[in-house]
Design a protein around this ligand. Structure first.
Ligand code: TRP
Length: 444
C-alpha cells in the first residue's frame, strides 16, 4: 500500500486493467452498436470518435487527476481541490453519487439479460424449453429476477474492497474478449447480408447528420469512458503516484474505443444477416425496432446459425460479457460505498448492503414501469447528468485549481511533463475548449 491505510492497486497494469474494466462494458457492446444502428451508422461512428478524443479523453485525465490528488472518496477529493467552497464541492460529489446510482439501476437490468441469454440456450439444449423461453423473452418477472442476481454479484465483489475484489476481476479478461470478438467478426462477415451492415457502419451518409446525433454521441462517449459521475475519480484515488496519468488515460480510451469499434463491426453486419434470415430489424418507416433489446435478438440469432459450435461460442461470449459488465458495475457501486465508508465512518460490509439494496429497489421501480422510466433514466443520466457534471469537473480543474498544483500532481508519474506536448495543450484546453464545446453541443 502506498500512502496511509487506503488500499491501492498493486501495479500499474492492475490499474490500467481496472480502469479499462470500468470503461469496457455494456456501453461498448450494447450502447454503441445500438446507437450507431439507429443514427445512420458511419456518421455516428465518426462523430463519436471526435467526441472521445476531443472531449472525453481530456476530461478523463482531469477526473483521474482530481481523484489521485485527493487520495480519498470523491466528496473529499473535490473538497481538497476546492477548499474555499466545501459546500459546493460536497454537493458536486453527492450529485455524482446519485447519478451513478441511477446509472447502475438501469445497467443492472440490461446486464441481467446477459444471464438470460447465457443460461437460456443451455436449458433449451437439455430440453427445459419452458424455462429457456422465460429467460429469453421480455417480462417484468424475468427482468426483476435477473437484475437482482446481477446486483447481488456486484455487491459481493464490492464488499471485498478494491485491491482484492476489483483488481482480481479485471485481469486477463480483456485479451480473451478481444480474441473472441475477432473470431465472431470473421464469421459474421462470411454470411449473406453482412456487407450491407458493414457498409452502413463504415461508409458515411451525411444526410443522417443532426444536432441530436452529436448530443447522443457525446452522451455515449461519456458513458463509455465512465465519466462525469466520479467513477474514474474513485479509481484515480486508488492509483499510485508513479503512474503516468495522461499516458494511462490514453491507453484506456484507446482500448475502450477499439472494443466499441469491433463490437460495431460485429453487431451491424449481424443485424443485416439476421434480417436476411427473416428477423425483423427495421420498421416500414425505417426506424429501428425495439432498439433496447436489438443486440439480444441479433446475437442469439447469429449463434443459432453456427450449429453446435454456436452453443459453446454463445455461452463463452455471454460469460465474458457478464464479467465485463461486472467490472463496470463495481466501479459504479464503489462511488457511494467509498463515500459512506469514509464520510460516515461506516463499515464497508454494512454500507455495501444498504446502498446496494436501495439501488436494487430503484431498479425494481424501473422494471415495473419499464416503458415510462427506462429510456427516461438513461437520457437523464447520460445526456444530462454526465456531461453537466463533467463540465463542472473541467471548470474546476481549469479555473479553480492552482495550475502549479495540477502540474505537481501529474508530474509525479510523468517527470518530463513540462517538456511534452500534453502540458502545452491540455491545461487551456480543459479550461476553455472543453466547456465551450459542451455548451455548444447543449445549445445546438
Ligand atoms: N463505461 C461502462 C460501459 O461502457 C459503464 C460505466 C461504468 C459507467 N462506470 C460508469 C457509465 C460511470 C457511466 C458512469 O459499460
Amino acid at each position: 500500500m502506498a500512502s496511509g491505510s487506503r488500499a491501492h492497486f498493486s501495479s500499474r497494469l492492475g490499474f490500467i486493467l481496472a480502469a479499462a474494466g470500468s470503461a469496457v462494458g455494456l456501453g461498448n457492446i450494447w450502447g454503441f452498436p445500438t446507437q450507431a444502428a439507429s443514427n445512420g451508422g458511419a456518421v455516428f461512428l465518426f462523430v463519436y470518435l471526435i467526441m472521445v478524443f476531443a472531449l472525453a479523453y481530456p476530461l478523463l485525465v482531469a477526473e483521474l487527476t482530481i481523484g489521485r490528488y485527493g487520495n480519498a472518496n470523491p466528496i473529499k477529493s473535490l473538497r481538497a481541490v476546492w477548499p474555499q467552497q466545501r459546500g459546493i464541492a460536497t454537493l458536486m460529489g453527492i450529485a455524482g453519487m446519485i447519478a451513478v446510482s441511477m446509472i447502475l439501476s438501469f445497467y443492472a437490468i440490461v446486464a441481467g439479460w446477459l444471464f438470460g441469454f447465457l443460461v437460456g440456450p443451455v436449458l433449451d439444449a437439455i430440453g427445459m424449453t419452458q424455462a429457456a423461453e422465460w429467460l429469453e423473452s421480455f417480462s417484468a418477472s424475468r427482468n426483476l429476477v435477473l437484475m437482482i442476481g446481477f446486483m447481488l454479484l456486484t455487491i459481493l465483489v464490492v464488499r471485498n474492497g478494491v485491491a482484492n475484489g476489483i483488481e482480481r476481476w479485471s485481469t486477463r479478461l480483456m485479451p480473451l474478449l478481444l480474441v473472441l470478438f475477432v473470431v465472431m467478426v470473421g464469421y459474421i462477415l462470411t454470411q449473406p447480408g453482412a456487407m450491407d451492415g458493414l457498409k452502413m457502419f463504415l461508409v458515411p451518409d451525411p444526410s443522417h447528420f443532426s444536432p441530436k446525433l452529436v448530443v447522443s454521441a457525446m452522451g455515449q462517449a461519456f458513458f463509455s469512458l465512465s465519466l462525469g459521475v466520479c467513477s474514474m475519480m474513485v479509481y484515480g484515488s486508488y492509483i499510485q503516484k508513479d503512474v503516468n496519468l495522461p499516458k494511462t488515460a490514453a491507453q484506456v480510451a484507446l482500448l475502450d474505443t477499439a472494443v466499441a469499434f469491433i463490437a460495431g463491426l460485429l453487431i451491424l453486419p449481424a443485424m443485416f444477416v439476421a434480417q436476411h434470415n427473416g428477423v425483423e430489424i427495421y420498421s416500414e418507416s425505417g426506424a429501428l425496432l425495439s432498439s433496447d433489446t436489438l443486440v439480444f435478438s441479433v446475437l442469439p440469432a447469429m449463434f443459432e446459425t453456427m450449429g453446435g459450435a454456436g452453443l459453446f461460442i454463445g455461452v463463452l461470449f455471454f460469460v465474458l460479457m457478464v464479467i465485463a459488465a461486472l467490472t463496470s458495475s463495481i466501479s459504479m457501486l464503489e462511488v457511494p460505498v467509498s463515500c459512506a465508508t469514509e464520510e460516515l465512518k461506516q463499515d464497508r460490509k454494512v454500507a455495501v448492503w444498504w446502498i446496494g439494496g436501495l439501488i436494487t429497489l430503484f431498479s425494481a421501480l424501473i422494471v415495473f414501469n419499464f416503458g415510462e422510466l427506462f429510456g427516461l433514466v438513461i437520457s437523464l443520466t447520460t445526456e444530462y447528468a454526465q456531461p453537466i457534471l463533467g463540465m463542472m469537473f473541467a471548470l474546476l480543474v481549469g479555473w479553480v485549481w492552482k495550475r502549479d498544483k495540477v502540474l505537481q500532481e501529474i508530474r509525479e508519474g510523468y517527470p518530463e511533463l513540462e517538456q511534452g506536448l500534453f502540458w502545452k495543450i491540455w491545461p487551456w484546453y480543459v479550461r476553455v475548449v472543453c466547456p465551450i464545446l459542451m455548451l455548444m453541443v447543449f445549445f445546438a
